[in-house]
Design a protein around this ligand. Sequence first.
Ligand SMILES: NC(=O)c1ccc[n+]([C@@H]2O[C@H](COP(=O)([O-])OP(=O)(O)OC[C@H]3O[C@@H](n4cnc5c(N)ncnc54)[C@H](OP(=O)(O)O)[C@@H]3O)[C@@H](O)[C@H]2O)c1
Length: 286
Amino acid sequence: MKILITGGNGMLGRTLQESFKDDEVIVADLPECDITDRSRIAAFFAEADPDVVIHAAAMTNVDGCEANSELAYKINEEGTRNVAIVSAAMNARLIAISTDYVFSGELDEGRESWSEEDTPRPRTVYGASKFAGEEMIRALYPEAVVLRVAWLYGAGGPSFVHTMVKLLSSEGEAVKVVNDQFGNPTSAKAVADVIKFILSKPSVEGTVHATCEGVASWYDLAGELKKLMPSLKRELVPCTTAEFPRPAPRPANSALEKRVLKLLGYTMSNWREALADFVLTEFKSN
Ligand SMILES: NC(=O)c1ccc[n+]([C@@H]2O[C@H](COP(=O)([O-])OP(=O)(O)OC[C@H]3O[C@@H](n4cnc5c(N)ncnc54)[C@H](OP(=O)(O)O)[C@@H]3O)[C@@H](O)[C@H]2O)c1
């Protein structure tokens, strides 16, 4: 298979490169392939002639998107539109990566997670621009897969996991971590594995949720890291979102239900197991 990865040098993209190393991988990233430049991207894709496009390029700095919404929409909506148009024209199978942040985080009473059928109501520019990108894919290439992932960490980072390992291995007062935002911590490797599974099923299209199983707060995730890495000696204390104001409001609960994957008989790994596997290779020296 010839697989083209937009944003292939980013955190997820690098894990995808590693996971698909037995296939022919073409990296489409800045500066050679700017997804906002329609003619450039068309020429790049035509030369690469991929069977599969994994669209991982995005403006991912959530607070940065809030500060520069024009650029966020240019990359996450218009760039995604360009990827959809050229992929459809070449008949390349498209898997476009999206996010749990398309949801508001305010679940109706009695609900624990968001399913593929729930209506997104993003509260941030990042979430809204990613949702606008999803809508471009649905309109221009309905056979594509929109794969929603969340709370990612992967080799080399940057991620919350990398930040915590650095903080907790240094000296100082207890580290305050938010304990009232919930989601599904997910390894880039688990995302690469589910993409392989989807590629083995030609009939899968539409929106698919693909996060690790189990729900955690950021504090739970940091606590699990401390359990896995006894060398992380610094204390942790839980705090509230209100104590940690950010320019872009984070969803209180963005856990995703994997309805489509369950119907297909595929189970994502549990977040604690995926994290333990990751820590073994990523932080060997700790
Ligand atoms: N990280 C998470 O927790 C998370 C959670 C949910 C969903 N996602 C989604 O997962 C995907 C991959 O995220 P990631 O964590 O791997 O992000 P990342 O590390 O920021 O990777 C994104 C890549 O896209 C590149 N890029 C930015 N603008 C571009 C453009 N105009 N043309 C071509 N490439 C461009 C970036 O280059 P520069 O670095 O030079 O800007 C970077 O290499 C994204 O779609 C993101 O929205 C991530």
